[in-house]
Write a protein that binds this ligand. Structure first.
Ligand code: RIB
Ligand code: CA
Length: 313
């Protein structure tokens, strides 16, 4: 089986970091063509540095990391240090990366890669605001039909918002970008809060990360042990929701997930609902289905397989 080619677009973020590690631990199934950093959880200088920290932790200093957009398409950047800490990877002490950042802009890398790889063979995996993806589409519309699929972490419906009462962070930070991506007509799958809030890194699961006994295991245990504070205080949840690794897990083990192909629109007009993903889960509108919206997963299997893969690094 040839490995599926993916580009991970990310704003590390501890959960982004675990997603990148899972992808790099799965070379038989996934070929990561590059990692593109975007401003989100923390500003771009930090997300592009953190992406390199994670690559070096995975023993992959060869993997190209590109810096992308440092602000949303049409509004000021909103960050989430209150969740991820000042560095974006708070928890364990992390060493400065030595691998270089690529000179090429992330948007140009996305465009160039989609133009050079055979049509329909590259999947985009956005784990943060969709600024890089939408900017690439706007700058080079010819790439849109060349995209195999977009599998993204973002949005919320039954779970409602985590950054506002109605919006999930990734979509909220750049709602214009999200609207642009939805208008592309690409094959889009959402891993929203509705499913990621079932993927909780409980103490037993964090202990299993630590029990791997490697630097990766210890680091992941400390990352998840750090960024659980926000969700525990807000939701009283039993641990950190591992949002972004569900994107990679969906590519590896889709059988663990369930959802529906429905209409999803991005609210832009009213400040109260800005960035809300209006998911027609009950198909009450006549709006055409335009995305797969995932609502549930087998969390035990997700964590046991994730832990097994992390142990390979
Ligand atoms: O709302 C959760 C999402 O926002 C995750 O991708 C997290 O890393 C942050 O980017
Ligand atoms: Ca993220």
């Amino acid at each position: 089986m040839t490995a599926r080619k993916i580009i991970i677009d990310t704003d590390p973020g501890q959960d982004d970091a675990v997603a990148i590690l899972l992808a790099l631990a799965s070379p038989e199934e996934l070929e990561v063509l590059g990692i593109t950093a975007v401003a989100g959880n923390v500003p771009l200088p930090l997300t592009s540095k953190n992406a390199r920290i994670v690559c070096e932790l995975a023993g992959r200093p060869d993997l190209p990391v590109y810096a992308g957009c440092d602000a949303p398409m049409a509004r000021p950047l909103v960050t989430a240090e209150h969740v991820h800490g000042k560095t974006g990877l708070d928890g364990p002490e992390m060493i400065e990366p030595t691998m270089p950042l690529q000179d090429q802009h992330a948007v140009d890398f996305i465009i160039e890669t989609l133009r050079s790889e055979p049509e329909g063979t590259v999947t985009l995996c956005p784990l943060g605001p969709l600024t890089n993806i939408a900017t690439a589409m706007e700058r080079a519309p010819d790439i849109i039909p060349r995209i195999q699929a977009i599998v993204l972490m973002g949005g919320a419906y039954f779970e409602v918002g985590n950054i506002t009462p109605s919006a999930e962070f990734n979509i909220y930070v750049d709602p214009e970008a999200a609207k642009h991506v939805m208008a592309s007509g690409c094959d889009i799958t959402f891993l929203p809060l509705d499913v990621t809030h079932h993927a909780l890194a409980t103490q037993a699961r964090v202990d299993a990360f630590r029990a791997i006994g490697t630097e990766v295991g210890r680091t992941v245990a400390e990352w998840t042990g750090f960024f659980e504070r926000f969700d525990k205080e807000k939701y009283g949840s039993a641990g950190a929701p591992l949002h972004d690794p569900t994107v990679i897990a969906y590519l590896l083990w889709p059988e663990l997930f369930s959802g529906r192909h429905i209409n999803v629109e991005i609210a832009l007009e009213d400040p109260l609902t800005l960035g809300m993903t209006v998911a027609d889960w009950w198909r009450v509108s006549d709006r055409p289905a335009n995305a797969t919206f995932i609502r549930d997963l087998d969390a035990d299997q997700f964590f046991s397989r994730l832990t097994e893969r992390l142990a390979r690094l």
